[in-house]
Each structure stands twice: as C-alpha cells, then as structure tokens.
Design a protein around this ligand. Structure first.
Ligand SMILES: NC(=O)c1ccc[n+]([C@@H]2O[C@H](COP(=O)([O-])OP(=O)(O)OC[C@H]3O[C@@H](n4cnc5c(N)ncnc54)[C@H](OP(=O)(O)O)[C@@H]3O)[C@@H](O)[C@H]2O)c1
Length: 342
C-alpha cells in the first residue's frame, strides 16, 4: 500500500529536504511528483538511491488522483494552489505561513498537539514556523509537568530559513568580505556575513516583526492560549540550524534538575547539558539531525519561578520537512486516506 505524493516547491531548501526525508523514513510512496515554478521545469532531483524525478510546472499540474501534497512554494503560491489541490481531493500539508492562523486549519507538531488531527477528513494542515516548532517541542514536556506562565525567547536563525537564496547570499557576502568586493544585500536588509540582523520578515505596527508575531500566536494555538510569549528574532550567519535562548516562567518553583528530568526522554528531544567547555549543542552540530537539542538548563533568578535554557534544531528538518512528513505519517496511522477512499 503506497500513497501518491506531490512535493510542491521541490527545488527549494525545504522541498529538497522533504524529498530526502520521505526516502530516508521509507514513507509508503507509490508515486511521487516534484513540482516547482516553470523556471525549473525539467530540473532533476534524486529520490532515494535509484530514482531521479524530473521537476514539473505546478501551474500545469493536475492534482486529481494524488493523495498528499507537501507544499513549500511560498505563501502567495500556496494561497492559490493549495485550495486547488484540495478541490481535486488531495490532502495538503503546507509549510508556508498562509493558512496557519485560519481557525479551520489544524496547526500541528505531532509530538505536541496530535489531537488537532483527530477527526480530520481532508483539506489543509499547516506546518508551523521553524522557530515555533523547535520551541514548542521543548516547551511541551515542561508545560505538561509544571505549567508555563510566560516565555521570553531570543532566536539565532540561520540563513537557510530564508531559502536557497538566503544561503547563497551568506556565501556571496562572505566571499566579498575577503576579496574586498562591495556587498549588496538582497534577501537580508544588511550584510549578513560576520554580522547579526535583528529583523526577520516585515515590521508590524507595534514595532515587532512578523516572525516574532508568528512565534507568539502559533505557540498559543499549538500549546496553550494562556501562555504569554515575547520574542526577538535575529538572523545570524549560520547556514543551517536555528538556536533559541529561552527564559521560561512557571506557576510553581522548578529546579533545574526537575526541568532536565522532564525534558530527558520526551519525544523529539535530546538533552546535551554538561557544565564544561563544549558541553552544549550548536547549530552546525545538529544540522541533519531530527531531534531538538536542549542545553544550558539553569535557574533564572530574575523571576519567581524561572528556568533558562538553550535549544537548537535543524530548521529544514524538524523546523519544516520532517515535521511535515511526520504529519503525513500520523494521517496514515489514523487511517485518514483509507476513510477518504471509502
Ligand atoms: N527554510 C526554512 O527553514 C523554512 C521553514 C519552515 C517554513 N518555510 C517556508 O517554506 C516556504 C519555502 O521555503 P524554502 O526555504 O524552501 O524557499 P526556497 O529555497 O526559496 O524555495 C522556494 C521553492 O518554491 C518554488 N516556487 C517559487 N515560486 C513558485 C511558483 N510561482 N510556482 C511554483 N513554485 C514556486 C521554488 O521553485 P523554483 O526553483 O522554480 O523557483 C522553490 O522550489 C516558504 O514559505 C517558507 O516560509 C521555510
């Protein structure tokens, strides 16, 4: 038994990772299509060791007969083509921000709120923002055990969060620095090489950025509307892997050892927390890994019941592709496709 899977945005940073993840996890695929813009029609992408897919133009693609659409072509493109795919009977798992806050669309991290998929029969499921995903994976076991009141987070987000062109720009700007060439920022607002930029996505009226807003509202939708969240999102010159510095306030006192015990063994989490040189995880070490890594767990004495910690994850895997494939695996386990076919 296999499923017909269409990967939309297949030539991008997330799309390529989705195709890789489907093969690595032996997702039951009976047929697979790689779709992107007309610009990349014909581009070849490997699927597993033995298959090469020829990218097709999304505009001309007919979704009838396809079971699952894994979408990451950008918000404005998903806005048009995800409903078209659903209309044709395909279940869409969308990585863009377009549908996330729609009250009729489940926003899902399988380790955190699988219940959001109960009773799902078809339509669109949204994959949260990459920083939100890794944050809620780490917060979930803490919230279940100690009840979180407030979270203050600063992110250190890699350039792959801005797609393949973001990665190219870090490479080009770094090279320009060494050969003394002028730098012209395009994907980022300032030179990203040897710099950090406290600005991701557009500015909102209250002075926060849309990336920061996403972390606030998505966390409330996924985990608990009563948790207060304040985020500062920063782009850093790292190719893959986002890091978060988190300050969490609980309803009751929590010792660092209790927090460590709750995090250890929780699904999707690895605790790397040795109080010595190098006894913590960094983005370049976790690139390519599935888990979210938690380090530097310690008391935050500036609030009544505070714990601070460091959290690192691969934004292209758990922050995007892996989470989407895990959602598809959950649907298979729930028999959603069998019900659809019936
Ligand atoms: N990168 C991350 O960490 C991350 C995490 C979570 C969510 N996301 C979201 O996922 C989406 C894609 O991100 P990305 O990092 O993969 O970007 P990317 O590397 O720039 O890739 C974009 C993909 O979309 C395709 N595309 C662009 N315009 C299209 C159109 N008009 N019709 C069909 N396909 C089109 C591109 O195809 P061509 O090659 O033909 O241009 C490419 O395959 C964004 O909405 C992003 O916010 C990204």
């Amino acid at each position: 038994m296999g499923y017909r899977v269409a990967v939309v945005g297949a030539t991008g940073a997330v799309g390529r990772e989705m195709i890789k993840t489907l093969a690595e996890r032996n997702f039951p695929v009976s047929d697979i299509a790689a779709l992107a813009s007309g610009r990349s029609a014909g581009t070849e992408i490997s699927f597993g060791e033995h298959r090469v897919l020829k990218t097709q133009n999304l505009e001309k693609f007919d979704f009838r007969g396809w079971d699952i659409g894994l979408f990451s072509p950008g918000a404005s493109v998903s806005a048009i083509h995800a409903p078209r795919a659903v209309e044709a009977g395909c279940i869409v798992i969308d990585n863009t921000s377009h549908f996330r806050m729609d009250p009729n669309v489940p926003l899902v991290v399988p380790e955190v709120n699988p219940e959001a998929l109960h009773g799902f029969r078809g339509g669109i499921i949204a994959n949260p923002n990459c920083s939100t995903i890794q944050m809620v994976v780490a917060l979930k076991p803490l919230h279940d055990e100690f009840k979180i009141k407030r979270v203050v987070v600063a992110t250190y987000q890699s350039v792959s969060g801005a797609g393949k062109e973001g990665m190219d720009e870090l490479f080009a700007n770094s090279r320009a620095f060494y050969v003394n060439d002028p730098v012209t920022p395009q994907q980022f607002t300032k030179n990203i090489a040897f710099n950090v930029i406290p600005h991701i996505d557009s500015f909102m009226d209250d002075g926060s950025t849309k990336e920061e807003w996403k972390m606030v509202v998505e966390t409330k939708k996924i985990l608990d509307p009563n948790i207060a969240v304040m985020a500062t999102c920063v782009r850093v010159p790292v190719f893959i892997g986002h890091a978060l510095a988190l300050h969490v306030e609980f309803e009751r006192p929590v010792a660092p050892g209790e927090a460590r015990a709750a995090l250890r063994g929780a699904p999707g989490i690895a605790v790397t927390d040795v109080r010595e040189d190098g006894g913590y995880a960094t983005p370049t070490e976790v690139a390519g890994e599935d888990n979210v890594y938690v380090s530097r767990i310690r008391r935050d004495p500036t609030v009544p019941n505070g714990i601070a910690f460091w959290c690192v994850g691969d934004n292209l895997r758990k922050g995007a592709a892996l989470n989407a494939v895990q959602i598809a695996e959950t649907l298979v386990a729930q028999g959603v496709f069998a019900r659809q076919a019936a």
